[in-house]
Design a protein around this ligand. Structure first.
Ligand code: MG
Length: 254
């Protein structure tokens, strides 16, 4: 298990026959040090591209989603934590826990932090971002309502698919973001509609807590969240990054 730089994606920005991976010596924070031979991407199993110390989720950060949840748009970024044990990678299974009857997908742009930081001024936010990946902020909607706070609903194992890789060169001002479940388009938004954009989010969150290299901030989901059932295939696609695909299994016995 190691980090690598992915290169030569195909015309659609996906893995193609020419795609290669350059293994890195050590971690991707700071100067990248490629080492050894390039490997054909077809011979590599991609894992989650980062194992964060913490995952911060921004709630109600698209007006259309805040409306579908029956709530107002927050005056300041509203954030919560997901444990790092919820992370899975591309192609892995989201497991529906027996405690919940209603688990939803939430397609989100994820910010990956690249360096230790606190109190980041807006103009220095680009310096602390390693890049961006796709995320699914999987949520047990019934438990979110019942518990009155969100830790359990957002925190089950497998409830934070991340991937397929980290895009380090990306303008996030207007990116299409979609979620498909099977052939059905469920969510279709653009990051242009973020209430708090990437700069505001990193500035605000870092004014409240220290961020470490590899920490992940989920920027919120557009309207169209909906249920996942066993056997579903769920795809989160973000323009300029790629497509994160996961499958849904059940831990329920009946
Ligand atoms: Mg969310």
């Amino acid at each position: 298990m190691s980090f690598g730089v992915i290169d030569q994606l195909d015309d659609q920005g996906e893995i193609g026959s020419d795609t290669i991976i350059l293994p890195l010596n050590g971690h991707p924070y700071g100067e990248l040090e490629p080492q050894g031979q390039a490997i054909a991407a077809a011979e590599v199993k991609l894992l989650a591209p980062v194992l964060p110390s913490k995952i911060i989720g921004i709630g109600k950060n698209y007006a259309d989603h805040a409306a579908e949840m029956g709530g107002d748009v927050p005056a300041e970024p509203l954030f919560f934590l997901k444990p790092n044990t919820s992370v899975i990678g591309p192609g892995e299974a989201i497991v529906l826990p027996p405690q919940s009857e209603l688990v939803h997908h939430e397609a989100e742009l994820a910010i990956v932090i690249g360096r230790f930081c606190k109190d980041v001024p807006r103009e220095r936010v680009p310096e602390v971002i390693l890049g961006y990946t796709c995320a699914n902020d999987v949520t047990a909607r019934d438990l979110q309502k019942r518990d009155g706070q969100w830790t359990r609903a957002k925190g089950f194992d497998t409830f934070c698919p991340l991937g397929p890789w980290i895009e380090t060169d990306l303008d996030t001002s207007d990116l299409a973001i979609t979620a498909h479940v099977g052939p059905e388009l469920r969510q279709s938004g653009t990051t242009q509609d973020l209430i708090f954009n990437v700069t505001e989010i990193v500035h605000y969150v870092s004014s409240n807590m220290t961020l470490l290299p590899g920490d992940v901030i989920l920027t919120g989901t557009p309207a169209g969240v909906g249920p996942l059932v066993p056997g579903d295939e769920v795809e989160v696609e973000i323009e300029g990054i790629g497509t994160l695909i996961n499958f849904v299994h059940s831990e329920r016995t009946s």
